[in-house]
Design a protein around this ligand. Structure first.
Ligand SMILES: Cc1cc2nc3c(=O)[nH]c(=O)nc-3n(C[C@H](O)[C@H](O)[C@H](O)COP(=O)(O)O)c2cc1C
Length: 390
C-alpha cells in the first residue's frame, strides 16, 4: 500500500498520517478525541493529530479550573495538542509558556479563525490578522515562549475578513518568518461564517506563498474521498477535519485508511453507533471527574449528529437528547431498533453548523488602517473574555 502523502512534520513532531482533527469548542474534548483517535488507529495506521478545544489565554493564565481541564489529555494521547486563543501578546506568551514549561502539551496551535460577532466586534479572531503588527506580536510571543521547551507553534486562520479584506497570504508568510511550524487555512472568510463552500483554491495559493513549512487545508471534508481530493487539488501537506466527524468519530478510520492507500471504510449499523454513544457517555463522565449530570449534558448535543440518517423516530431522539444519567442513556439506547443497518447517503454529506453569510461585526473604523490605534488596543483586551468557538 502506498501513502498519499509523506508524514507531516510539525517542528520535532512527526505525524505519520497527515490528518488533523480540527479544534472545536464544545466538541473536541478529551472524551471525543479518545473516540476519534481509537478510530484513527483501528486499521493499524498512525492516527494523526487531534487538537483540543480552544482555551483562552487569559483563562489559562488565571488558572481557571475549566480552562485547565481543556488542556488535559488521555494517558496514551500523543502528541498532545492544545489550541490557544488570545488578543494580547503578553497574555498569549504567558499562556503558551504555562503550557510548554509545565509540560501540559506537545504542540500549541493559535486560533485566528473565530468569526463569532462578539469576538470580531472587538477585533479578535478572524478580524485580528488585519492588524498585521498585532498579529506579528502575538505569534512572536507564542513562538518565543514555546521554543525553549521544544514545543512547536502552529497558526490556524481564515482567508480574511471578507473578499475585499483578505489576510491569509500575508499572515502565512509572517507566521513562516517567525518560526511557526505549520499553518492551517479554513478556506472561508469571516463573512462566509460556515455558509456556502470552502474555496480550496485559496489553499493552493497559500501553498505557493508559504514554501518552507507545511500548509494544511481545512473546510468541507465530509468523507475520506473529499480529503484525498483536497490534497490532489491544492497540494496541501495535510488536512484538517471539523464538522464531518461530529457524530462520526469513525471518519478517522476512513481518513487514515485513505491516506495509507487502503480501501477500508467504516459503515456502522445502529448497534455500533449506540455502543459508541454509550462509550462517549462513559468517557464524558470520566472527563468531568465522575459528574454524570455534567457528562450527560455535554453529550446531548452529539446525539442528533450520531443519529443523522438512522431510522430512529422523533420521540426516541428527543428522549436521548434529554438524558441525565448513564443508566438512562443505556436504557434509551437499548430501546432503539439496534439491528437497523447503515443508512447510506442519509448519514453522509454536510453536517453541523452551516447558516448564512453575515457581514462581520467589527470595531468602528477597523478596516480604515492596517495598524492598531490606542483606542482599539483597549477594546481588544475585552475581546478575550468569555470566548467560545471558531
Ligand atoms: C462547533 C464548532 C466549534 C469550533 N471551535 C473552534 C475552535 O475552538 N478553534 C478553531 O480554531 N476553530 C474552531 N472551529 C472551526 C473548525 O476548527 C473548522 O475550521 C471549521 O469547522 C471548518 O472545517 P470543517 O468544514 O471541516 O468543519 C469550530 C467549528 C465548529 C463547527
Amino acid at each position: 500500500m502506498t501513502s498519499l502523502l509523506p508524514p507531516l512534520q510539525i517542528g520535532p513532531i512527526t505525524v505519520g498520517t497527515p490528518v488533523v482533527l480540527a479544534p472545536m469548542a464544545g466538541v473536541t474534548n478529551r472524551a471525543f478525541r479518545t473516540l476519534c483517535r481509537e478510530a484513527g488507529r483501528s486499521g493499524g495506521f498512525d492516527p494523526g493529530l487531534y487538537v483540543a478545544e480552544m482555551v483562552t489565554s487569559r483563562a489559562l493564565v488565571e488558572r481557571n479550573t475549566e480552562a485547565l481541564r481543556i488542556v488535559t489529555f488521555g494517558e496514551d494521547e500523543t502528541p498532545r495538542s492544545a489550541q490557544v486563543y488570545g488578543v494580547d501578546p503578553a497574555t498569549v506568551g504567558a499562556a503558551v509558556k504555562l503550557i510548554a514549561a509545565e509540560d501540559r502539551a506537545d504542540h500549541v496551535d493559535l486560533n485566528f479563525g473565530c468569526p463569532v460577532p462578539k469576538v470580531t466586534r472587538k477585533g479578535g479572531g478572524a478580524a485580528l490578522p488585519w492588524k498585521r503588527q498585532l498579529f506579528t506580536d502575538i505569534v512572536k510571543a507564542a513562538v518565543e515562549a514555546a521554543e525553549p521547551h521544544g514545543v512547536p507553534v502552529t497558526v490556524k486562520m481564515r482567508k480574511g475578513i471578507d473578499d475585499d479584506h483578505l489576510t491569509f497570504l500575508e499572515a502565512g508568510r509572517i507566521a513562516e518568518s517567525l518560526g511557526v511550524a505549520a499553518v492551517a487555512l479554513h478556506a472561508r472568510t469571516a463573512a462566509q461564517h460556515y455558509s456556502g463552500q470552502a474555496e480550496w483554491e485559496a489553499i493552493a495559493r497559500l501553498k505557493e506563498a508559504v514554501r518552507t513549512i507545511p500548509v494544511l487545508g481545512n473546510g468541507d471534508i465530509w468523507a475520506a474521498e473529499d480529503a484525498v481530493r483536497m490534497v490532489e487539488e491544492t497540494g496541501a501537506d495535510g488536512v484538517v477535519v471539523g464538522r464531518g466527524c461530529q457524530g462520526r468519530p469513525w471518519l478517522f478510520a476512513d481518513l487514515a485508511a485513505a491516506f495509507n492507500g487502503s480501501d477500508l471504510r467504516v459503515r456502522p449499523g445502529l448497534r455500533e453507533v449506540a455502543d459508541t454513544i454509550y462509550r462517549h457517555g462513559l468517557l464524558m463522565v470520566e472527563y468531568f471527574d465522575g459528574d454524570e449530570g455534567k457528562g450527560m449534558r455535554d453529550l446531548r448535543k452529539h446525539m442528533a449528529w450520531y443519529l443523522k440518517g438512522y431510522a430512529v423516530g422523533g420521540e426516541k431522539r428527543h428522549e436521548l437528547a434529554l438524558v441525565d444519567t448513564l443508566a438512562e442513556l443505556r436504557e434509551r439506547l437499548d430501546a432503539l431498533d439496534l439491528d437497523a443497518p447503515y443508512p447510506g447517503e442519509d448519514a453522509e454529506g454536510p453536517r453541523g453548523r452551516a447558516g448564512s453569510p453575515k457581514t462581520p461585526h467589527l470595531p468602528y473604523g477597523w478596516l480604515d488602517s492596517r495598524d492598531l490605534s490606542e483606542e482599539f488596543e483597549a477594546k481588544l483586551r475585552e475581546a478575550e473574555l468569555s470566548v467560545s468557538g471558531g
